[in-house]
Design a protein around this ligand. Structure first.
Ligand SMILES: [Zn+2]
Length: 263
């Protein structure tokens, strides 16, 4: 799977290029959730998790507001974890991470309108919001090079579409969490409910990368024989595409060939 810093970098880069791109709500959520989760996990391990899944961006901002140092109205500062090396593009001295909590909360309100519906006109994501997102990159847990993501490449497009899909499913999951519905689903036995026997072969749901439950029902597998499933999660609705499963399998196959060239 892509790591959090990568996911943050790709999605932030995509929004810097075009804030109004299709799926921008999910892409923003995915950038912010992954960026904040990396920052929180590095400083306060486990504080980024909510049971089996990563906390929502709003909850991660609450963690930072509770544990960070207040540096202004709605702004929090996190000290640099270590001195950057000489010649670092992030400066010579310690660079604190500035988290514009209020600005980012506002951006979440814009991108996740259904949960915060005031039934007013739809507001576009602003440059300030994307800047506040990109400002997180000075943090020691991120520091990605945005120019490394060539979004015209097939792999990057697949990953970006998946980011939008993950963001969409997470918004749905958060919506269910507002009422009792998520508690009800979490208690279900998806494995016995959705296991199929096909020509004596058991096809069981696999762990969903969004909600963490073993509820992703396979529609099929990758073409490299690595049994990475694509399909839809019966709990949170996330759909992993064939392309995502297949690229993940390809990367695994390459990693294995590199680490064990005699095979
Ligand atoms: Zn799920």
């Amino acid at each position: 799977m892509h790591d959090r810093a990568d996911e943050y970098g790709r999605c932030t880069r995509a929004l810097q290029e075009d804030r109004a791109r299709p799926g921008n709500e999910g892409i923003f959520d995915q950038a912010l959730t992954n960026g904040l989760a990396a920052i929180v996990a590095r400083r306060w391990p486990d504080e980024e998790m909510d049971g089996t899944r990563v906390k929502s961006a709003l909850k991660l901002l609450d963690v930072i507001a509770a544990l960070g140092e207040r540096a202004g109205d709605g702004i929090y500062e996190l000290p640099d974890l270590h001195q950057p090396s000489e010649g670092s593009p992030f400066g010579e001295g310690p660079t604190p991470t500035i988290v514009k909590v209020a600005m980012l909360q506002k951006a979440i309100e814009i991108t996740q309108r259904p949960r915060h519906a005031r039934l007013s006109d739809r507001e576009p994501l602003g440059e300030d919001h994307v800047d506040a997102l990109a400002a997180l990159n000075v943090d020691d847990s991120l520091r990605v090079s945005f120019s490394d993501f060539d979004l015209d490449e097939f792999e990057q497009q697949v990953a970006l579409r998946d980011a939008a899909e993950v963001g969409r499913a997470r918004a749905y999951l958060d919506l269910l969490g507002v009422g009792e519905e998520w508690d009800r689903r979490e208690a279900l036995d998806f494995v016995s409910e959705f296991t199929e026997i096909d020509d004596d072969e058991r096809v069981e749901p696999v762990e969903c990368p969004v909600c963490g439950l073993q509820a992703l029902v396979p529609s099929g597998y990758d073409s490299y024989g690595r049994e990475i499933a694509w399909g839809t999660c019966a709990a949170c609705s996330y759909t992993r595409s064939f392309d995502v499963a297949d690229l993940e399998a390809r990367d695994e196959a390459i990693d294995e060939a590199v680490s064990d060239p005699d095979r």
